[in-house]
Write a protein that binds this ligand. Structure first.
Ligand code: UD1
Length: 422
């Protein structure tokens, strides 16, 4: 038996929802506690499958992790017991590969399984490895593992071919304790990368240019464990904003950093959505029928986030007119389209461009989540569909949305978690 969501469509969603901590910031920050011995307190950590998977890996490497309240953890690093991240744990989650940078900084060696492909593309780690090599590490790949070793990490100038989030985070975590200065150009500037850098600076690292495409890192001998609160999840916030528009309700979304959502909000405004903001609340009274279709192209930050592409497509299918979505970050991130089409969308794919013939009525169907954000796009379509939808393979959704059915139910959605035969 596996779990699925059963969703009855056509309820309008209203009320207040609190956004959880950002998965993609919490993961590297938890990993960064490998860099220095001592006691850390991390707050606003979301309760997600990916976080639990990572905690299992970190425990395996020697950290003690204890939950101290609903969303806070105490992490004790009394020394790394193992420098090997095995395939069984890394295959469950690509972000596990980020343990390499901290282990190189702390232990001068690491053996980490190659993550392998995933539903949204090949996702290699070549930029990570080039960065480590530039810092002086010797890299050897054999038997599906990357082995890295270094006598002393030495600062270097690194220019990434593409502003990779993971590569930037991994190399920053190695560079903070390297000898001398490291400059990373064409660095990723996503808010989650910023949050990791702010955390490292709170520990005494010397990183300048945070939030820009050039990071200047002055290596230090020692860092100091600290207490830190993770930023809110901009992708969860964006998903609820789309749910509010599609269900023609009014969801007040609490705990959002407006600046993190700028390009997404600009695109909604281009469609005709009127966004309201007060403190850390955002909401809208706009409804699908008032909107017009647009063109969207995913880009590294500050461009439109690829992690909101699938959810945006669910909305665009309901908005009258011809829309277009171009995916430029990942090569295979349109797996939600056949499933949305089964629910009544009319989307054609040509290479990395999707042409959306909007203004369609969704109808409930049995569908399958192929990855985390694809799963969210199906839930959004199901919320407004005529009749009942079963979304299968919701373990993808559980990786990155905290208590999605609980939050949606509280807003008035008819959604339940059920067990289905495989
Ligand atoms: C992170 C996010 C993910 C988000 C993505 C892009 C986490 C845990 N995940 O993934 O949710 O969708 O950023 O915003 O934070 N690439 C290479 N070689 C490399 C590294 C990357 O070719 O060494 C390519 C990838 O295949 C992809 C592109 O670069 O096409 C962007 O990937 P990257 O920014 O590294 O994404 P992740 O860090 O894996």
């Amino acid at each position: 038996m596996v779990e699925a969501f059963r969703i009855k469509g056509k309820s309008s969603l209203n009320g207040e929802v609190k956004i959880s901590g950002a998965k993609n910031a919490a993961l590297p920050i938890l990993i960064a506690t490998l860099i220095e011995k001592g006691t850390y307190i991390l707050r606003n950590v979301p309760n997600l499958m990916d976080i639990r998977t990572l905690m299992n890996l970190l425990r395996e490497l020697g950290l003690e992790i204890e939950k101290i309240d609903e969303d806070s953890y105490r992490i004790e690093n009394t020394g790394i017991k193992s420098t090997e991240a095995p395939y069984e744990l890394v295959k469950k989650m690509r972000a596990s590969f980020l343990v390499m940078g901290p282990m190189l900084a702390h232990e001068k060696k690491a053996r980490v399984s190659l993550p392998g492909g995933c539903a949204i593309g090949a996702r290699p780690v070549d930029y990570h490895l080039k960065g480590f090599e530039a810092l002086g590490a010797k890299i050897d790949i054999s038997h599906g593992y990357v082995e890295a070793e270094v006598t002393e990490l030495v600062g270097a100038n690194i220019i990434f071919d593409f502003p990779s989030v993971g590569a930037t985070e991994n190399v920053v975590m190695a560079a903070v304790k390297a000898k001398g200065k490291t400059v990373i150009e064409n660095a990723a500037s996503e808010p989650e990368v910023e949050d990791l850098c702010n955390f490292l600076n709170a520990m005494g690292a010397k990183i300048k240019g945070i939030g820009t495409s050039r990071l200047d890192i002055e290596g230090v001998d020692k860092l100091f464990p600290c207490e830190y609160s993770i930023i809110p999840d901009r992708i969860e916030a964006g998903t609820f904003l789309i749910a509010s528009i599609m269900t023609e309700g009014e969801i007040k979304i609490k705990g959002v950093d407006f600046c993190h959502l700028e390009s997404f909000i600009m695109k909604l405004q281009e469609m005709g959505v009127k966004i309201k903001q007060d403190g850390d609340f955002i909401w809208t009274e706009s409804k699908t029928g008032d909107l017009k279709s647009i063109k969207v192209q995913t880009m590294p930050h500050p461009g439109f986030p690829t992690d909101l592409q699938a959810q945006m497509m669910s909305l665009m299918s309901a908005v009258p007119g011809i829309g277009e979505v171009k995916e430029t970050v990942f090569e295979n991130r349109f797996m939600h389209i056949p499933e949305l089409n089964r629910m009544g969308a009319n989307i054609h794919v040509d290479g990395n461009v999707a042409i959306i013939n909007g203004g369609q009525e969704y109808s409930g169907a049995e569908v399958m989540a192929s990855d985390l954000r694809a799963g969210a796009s199906l839930v959004l379509a199901a919320l407004v569909a005529e009749g009942e939808t079963i979304v299968n393979r919701i373990y993808h959704i559980d990786r990155g949305y905290e208590n999605l059915e609980g939050k949606l139910s509280k807003l008035g959605a008819k959604i339940e978690r059920i067990k289905v035969e495989v």
